[in-house]
Design a protein around this ligand. Structure first.
Ligand code: SAH
Length: 343
């Protein structure tokens, strides 16, 4: 819901200041509508119902993957497309009990992939979002309403700003949303902001009091290749971004997660793993290799064997490394596949 409109409406109605917090607390816990807010006067509930739309987003489409992942396509009030994803992970304690959903419903981690912009102004060559038209930054309420939509389905506990857009280009609204996500069950320690390497944003994140996680989409350890696949590298070259990540680490004393999408014959050779290891201080970084998800780009994903060889090479060089579990590929909900214009 539009929280500014809510506050104005309540103030105009002569309601006490605590009302806005009361309404928000209900919404954050997954209330289906104003009607569910039983400690609000009935007349006020009816007034809010006509004055403050319960969500700033309307659901245009929703699909569920065979692995339990749910992708929602929303429209903003001015018709901009926004996608967000709920990822359900298996509870290790419930292993063996899983059915077609991999045991997800038995109560494992529930992670939201949230969008910060409608579309994206950057043009990373392997990402579907970069090929759609950039719309605009999302408001704080539009970011929160993505989370609340899924919170109404079930409890959630993690969030990653890895949906559409570059969160660091809309950092005020992203941070304002992060301040409220704990009310919906998602603490700052379980919230990750992922960036192409937007240096001013990384430095601002180092200054916030919130213990948010930082992920950096690195994808190539040499500037020439990185600029070719991620034009933003011309503006913020790798060495400068890594220096900003180091500053963030010194301020926060937490690891920086490196995302590295595996593109066959482009960035997956042994020497490239060695070069990556050379630029990453193992005390600061943890690498997450991302199997490429088809996004209509000219690339092919590295084969499983190539990913494993690359992983082993990084490991040999002392780098902490994991391979990202692919979720929701069958419904184009996986990393780099969010492009509502074509959904
Ligand atoms: N703009 C931010 C947030 C988007 S995060 C960022 O780039 O970090 C989305 C993640 O998925 C990024 O690491 C992005 O590089 C990666 N990605 C993009 N296209 C992909 C694809 N086709 N397959 C796998 N990962 C992809």
């Amino acid at each position: 819901m539009d929280l500014e409109l809510l506050e104005r409406t309540l103030a105009d109605a002569g309601e006490p200041a605590f009302r806005a917090r009361q309404v928000w607390a209900w919404a954050a816990r997954g209330a289906e509508g104003y009607d569910a807010m039983t400690d609000l006067p009935v007349a006020l509930r009816a007034h809010l119902d006509v004055s403050v739309p319960f969500s700033t987003l309307t659901v245009a489409d929703q699909v569920e993957s065979s692995d339990g992942t749910v992708k929602a396509l929303f429209h903003t009030a001015d018709g901009r497309p926004v996608e967000a994803v709920l990822m359900r992970y298996r509870n290790p304690l419930a292993s063996g009990r899983g059915g077609a959903d991999g045991g997800a419903r038995a109560g494992g981690r529930r992670s939201l992939c949230l969008s910060s912009q409608s579309g994206c102004p950057l043009t990373c060559t392997f990402c579907a979002t970069g090929t759609m038209k950039f719309g605009r930054n999302l408001t704080t309420s539009e970011i929160l309403d993505q989370a609340l939509h899924f919170r109404r389905i079930e409890p959630v506990d993690h969030a990653v700003f890895m949906g559409m857009g570059e969160p660091m280009m809309n950092l005020d609204n992203v941070l304002a949303a992060c301040r409220r996500l704990p009310d919906a069950g998602i603490t700052n320690r379980r919230t990750t902001i992922s960036t192409v390497g937007w240096i001013p944003g990384i430095d601002r994140l180092a200054q916030t009091d919130m213990p948010l996680r930082l992920a950096f989409s690195l994808h190539a350890a040499d500037d020439a290749l990185r600029s070719q696949i991620m034009p933003v590298n011309e503006r913020y070259p790798l060495a400068e971004v890594l220096a900003a990540c180091r500053r963030w680490h010194e301020a926060k004393r937490r690891p920086v997660f490196i995302e590295y999408v595996m593109l066959a014959g482009v960035n997956d050779r042994y020497e490239q793993a060695a070069a990556l290891a050379r630029v990453l201080d193992p005390k600061i970084y943890k690498v997450n290799l991302i199997p490429y998800n088809p996004s209509g780009s000219p690339y092919d994903g590295s084969r499983a064997q190539a990913i494993e060889t690359f992983r082993a090479a990084l490991g040999e060089h002392g780098v902490r490394v994991t391979v990202r579990l692919t979720r929701g590929r069958d419904i184009a909900a996986a990393c780099g596949q969010l492009a509502a214009a074509r959904a």
